[in-house]
Design a protein around this ligand. Structure first.
Ligand code: ZN
Length: 339
């Protein structure tokens, strides 16, 4: 029986890259994050090969052998239950219906694997990096879509009976476009929160705003593709451009409005906002816009105690785990389950 120390790996499979980390049995990170291409469109076997490349880099940098890995956490950008992927999302078609968790575990010699989706993984990561937080945590992360996750006191993600919980992007919001219509969401339904708070939403909004006669001479009306316009919107907002600020203010307000209902359901005590906005220079202003929307919809009791108004009932924070948060989250989940 070997007495060599045991380690846990976290592998975060994204649409383009795999981000991976190693932690020791105390949960401390060992070495740096390793990033490799994910090749998800080429099928799960192609991605498995990349996961092994990442594992080999992690273990050789740490000077350990693979048999010292006591468990692996894996997250995928798609809904899944018990290791089986339910929808293609950003993956290739052969992922659907496959027990990715068990197949990968077999491939790597039976090392136990925990698998969840990217929203849960990021929430677990934000929980793990807040070493002094012992309550629950609700994460919302505007990105291409709007992901989310909820961690229970003690550090387990609430995944639901079928792994389908916390699809926060698809709760409904009564807000309408100026012509009275509800926007179509990427999920096919109308009026989802994600249709207002996501990169996809920014593209729609910027196209609508730039088409207005009063914005004809706006510098973003330069014939560039809408993807590029949406990408540049942040730098315009940082410079105080009224059109860009208006779009982000609306987005922040509506995120806050949606969060009011989520907080009413979960009463998490701590709301963490993730995604790329966590790195923007105007994020303090954005958080104010979120709180504007939150106050409009939530009862005051969800912000301060009615008994002691100095006591905050719901804290709002930016994500601090950076782009390794999801990998850290599933590494911790593996440590918690398999150690
Ligand atoms: Zn939707």
């Amino acid at each position: 029986m070997s007495s060599s120390p045991v380690f846990f790996a976290g592998l975060d499979i994204g649409g383009t890259t795999v981000k991976s980390v190693l932690v020791n049995a105390e949960g401390d990170p060992v070495g740096d994050m390793v990033e490799v291409r994910s090749h998800v469109k080429n099928g799960y076997e192609a991605t498995f090969a990349q996961l092994e490349v990442a594992l080999d880099q992690l273990t050789s940098a740490a000077g350990i052998s693979r048999d010292q890995i006591g468990g692996i956490g894996l997250d995928v950008p798609a809904p899944s239950s018990e290791g089986v992927i339910w929808a293609q999302a950003n993956l290739g078609s052969d992922w659907v219906g496959t027990n990715v968790r068990d197949r990968f575990s077999e491939r790597i010699g039976g090392i136990p694997v925990y698998m969840t989706n990217d929203g849960n993984a990021a929430a677990l990561g934000e929980y793990a990096v807040r070493k002094k937080h012992f309550g629950s945590l609700l994460l919302v992360a505007p990105g291409t879509g709007l992901g989310g996750g909820f961690v229970l006191p003690g550090g387990r993600a609430w995944e639901g009976a079928n792994g389908l919980a916390l699809e926060v992007g698809h709760i409904s919001i009564p807000h309408r476009e100026e012509d009275g219509s509800l926007p179509q969401c990427s999920c096919g339904k109308l009026g989802c929160l994600e249709a207002w708070v996501s990169l996809v939403a920014l593209r729609r909004r910027v196209a609508i705003e730039l088409a207005k006669p009063e914005n004809a001479s706006h510098p973003l009306n330069d014939g560039s593709p809408v993807e590029e316009k949406a990408f540049r919107l942040r730098e315009f907002a940082q410079q105080g451009d009224a059109l860009a600020v208006g779009i982000f203010r609306q987005q922040g307000n509506l995120l806050g409005y949606g969060l009011a209902d989520l907080v009413r359901v979960f009463d998490p005590g701590l709301v963490v906002i993730g995604g790329g906005l966590a790195e923007t220079a105007f994020r303090d202003q954005y958080l104010e816009w979120v709180l504007e929307g939150f106050r409009e919809r939530a009862w005051p009791v969800y912000l301060t105690s009615p008994i002691d108004p100095a006591q905050t009932t719901t804290f709002f924070e930016w994500a601090t785990g950076g782009d390794s948060a999801a990998a850290i989250g599933v590494a911790f989940a593996a440590l918690e389950r398999f150690h």
